[in-house]
Design a protein around this ligand. Structure first.
Ligand SMILES: N[C@@H](CCC(=O)N[C@@H](CS)C(=O)NCC(=O)O)C(=O)O
Length: 202
């Protein structure tokens, strides 16, 4: 979404996590997606850098072009955004994984992990009481970094989520899910193979 927002054209290689291509592991032994290889333009020897974390990819994209000022925020708002993203990527993500796959974490019942995850939902709901988006009255990087994870949580038990006491969060999720940008990036592509013609996203 950040690449699309920044208007960056790139070659997309869809990967099956069950069968990671050697070409991916050669540039990133960590073996997680997304991973982005960026070639330095204007060099004769194929210099490149590799970004292995989605947040790094997002920040890189916005550094190239930030048309709607996703990162042009007052210091205080920026600090809140960073804090929310950090809580999302650590505490919330951990609770979400346990809530999503309770069989893999039999130490505690699923409700326990749901309650852990809900602590973050409450924080988000509070943020959304003053604005329609997490940081201010427009979409910023924090919304984009966090909403896919709230979406994952919602669909573990959508009836529960829709009847949960988080009406602002429900509206916020629905807004993002139905946005043109999200629909664009959710297009499905065949798994990459070296023989296939490059899929270039413009
Ligand atoms: N913090 C990383 C997490 C990346 C991550 O865990 N990605 C998952 C897919 S969404 C993955 O590649 N898992 C490795 C595997 O299943 O082998 C990021 O945001 O880039």
């Amino acid at each position: 979404m950040a690449l699309n927002y920044a208007g960056i054209s790139y070659e997309l290689r869809e990967v099956s996590l069950k069968s990671k291509p050697q070409e991916m592991l050669d540039i990133s032994a960590k073996g997680t997606t997304p991973v982005m290889q960026i070639f330095n333009s204007g060099t004769f020897n194929q210099d490149f850098i590799v970004l292995e974390e989605s947040l790094d990819i997002m920040n890189w994209a916005i550094q190239q072009n930030d048309p709607l000022s996703w990162e042009d925020l007052p210091d205080e708002s920026m600090a809140i955004a960073k804090h929310l993203i950090n809580t999302n990527d650590h505490e919330f993500k951990q609770a979400l994984d346990r809530y999503k796959y309770p069989n893999r974490f039999p130490e505690k019942p699923q409700e326990f992990y749901q309650q852990q995850a809900e602590e973050f939902l409450q924080v988000l709901e509070l943020q959304l009481q003053s604005n329609n988006f997490l940081i201010c009255d427009r979409q910023t990087l924090a919304d984009i970094a966090i909403f896919p994870f709230v979406r994952q949580l919602a669909y573990v038990n959508i009836d529960w989520f829709n009847s949960s006491p988080y009406p602002k969060l429900q509206q916020w999720l629905q807004w993002h899910e139905t946005s043109a940008m999200f629909e664009f990036v959710m297009q499905k592509f065949p798994v990459w193979s070296p023989e296939q013609e490059a899929i270039v996203i413009k």
